[in-house]
Design a protein around this ligand. Structure first.
Ligand code: DQA
Length: 144
């Protein structure tokens, strides 16, 4: 059983090919491998998943809620309008909202988040390193 789930939403499976000037050249598979390693260094079993299907993301959040597993979530564009994702995340014991890009320096519609109010922490604009920061934060909460 994972200690932390990293859940990536729509279009993040295309990392490495999708607007590399914004999201970088690393693929999702490479990111996933890296985060499992980061987790190992922090003493955490990390599982990384990605979906383009909203119902699947909601199911994973329910799973995290039922098993009391903290989550790192980049909900992609759902962040900005999906109240269903926001409601599901609210059931999880702790979650860190991550955005690779600085959403506040981009279009106005990206400035709104259904996730931020309930988040344990929010990391934006730190590139893929934001996921590592989120894992380190969740690891530090376990030690408190
Ligand atoms: C994103 C920012 C969102 O606005 C966008 O829709 C994404 C990625 C980010 O990681 O910077 O898909 O969440």
């Amino acid at each position: 059983m994972a200690d932390v789930l990293v859940l990536n939403g729509p279009n993040l499976g295309r990392l490495g090919r999708r607007q590399p000037e914004i999201y970088g050249a690393t693929t999702h598979a490479e990111l996933a491998d890296h985060l499992v390693e980061t987790g190992r260094g922090l003493g955490l079993v990390v599982e990384v998943r990605q979906t383009d299907a909203e119902h699947e993301m909601i199911g994973w959040l329910h799973e995290a809620a039922d098993a009391s597993i903290p989550v790192v979530i980049n909900a992609g564009a759902w962040t900005h309008y999906s109240r269903a994702i926001g409601d599901a995340a609210a059931m999880v014991p702790a979650y860190v909202e991550v955005h690779i890009s600085n959403v506040h320096a981009r279009e106005q519609w990206r400035h709104v988040s259904v996730l931020s109010a309930g988040a344990t922490g929010i990391i934006v604009g730190c590139g893929l390193g934001g996921y590592d920061l989120a894992l380190a934060h969740l690891a530090s909460l376990r030690q408190d």
